[in-house]
Design a protein around this ligand. Structure first.
Ligand code: ATP
Ligand code: MG
Length: 205
């Protein structure tokens, strides 16, 4: 019998700012896993990042909305930026689970995070609630990504899906640094986001 539960991708991130790397892995995940929708969730306070150069949740949320507006499968949620205190992914997933009791949840992440997720707070509750869809990134060899996926499967019974290899060498850190140094960041993100950043003189101190 065909299951008719909805398949929902969850794309968490600081999105400081959102760029084509984020959009590309979300779209790859949607297509590869036949997801019905992808929810972008900008982080609230991150306990793992220096907070000095992180723009307010409202600004990051607005840029995400601009970036995804042309994709009918993408939506954006403010559940993390509305929450006071630290952002914990397991809490977000458990909250989403209440809204979508029957859905299959898929947490989308880049290779860098596949190597740190074990250390995230209550990571076993993340693995219990959803499958992971991991994208290649940076220097990480596909073989070592596969080994890491296998180890998460073995140690935590995590369901890990690897996307076909594609590398988009863009990071928000690079974008922030380029803006500070007056270097071009055009074409690293949708034009709407680019215009918004420069109209508001974001990231330029
Ligand atoms: P920063 O440099 O500030 O950490 P970032 O570019 O890593 O920013 P995040 O908001 O930290 O962006 O990332 C959100 C998610 O998107 C993470 O799971 C991250 O691994 C993934 N991601 C970001 N950029 C890429 C990319 N170019 N290729 C693959 N995955 C990416
Ligand atoms: Mg990052």
């Amino acid at each position: 019998m065909r299951s008719c539960s909805k398949k929902i991708g969850i794309m968490g991130g600081t999105f400081n700012p959102i760029h084509y790397g984020h959009l590309m892995i979300a779209e790859d995940a949607r297509c590869f896993c036949n997801l019905d929708e992808v929810i972008f969730i900008p982080s609230g306070n991150s306990y793992m990042k220096e907070t000095d150069d992180i723009l307010s949740g409202e600004l990051r949320f607005h840029m995400v909305k601009l970036a995804i507006s042309s994709n009918e499968y993408f939506i954006c949620s403010d559940i993390e930026i509305k929450r006071t205190g630290n952002s914990y992914t397991y809490e977000t997933l458990e909250e989403l689970r209440k809204h979508y009791p029957e859905a299959e949840l898929y947490f989308i992440l880049g290779a860098d995070n596949l190597f740190t997720i074990e250390k995230w707070k209550c990571s076993e509750r993340i693995f219990k609630e959803c499958s992971l869809i991991a994208a290649s990134r940076g220097e990480v060899e596909f073989d070592s990504l596969k080994k890491q996926a296998d180890s998460l499967k073995e140690n935590y019974q995590a369901n890990v899906i690897l996307l076909p290899e594609r590398k988009m060498d863009i990071s928000s850190t690079e974008i922030r640094e380029c803006i500070l140094n007056n270097q071009s960041v055009r074409y690293m993100m949708p034009e709407e986001v680019y215009d918004y950043i420069f109209e508001r003189k974001l990231y330029s101190n």
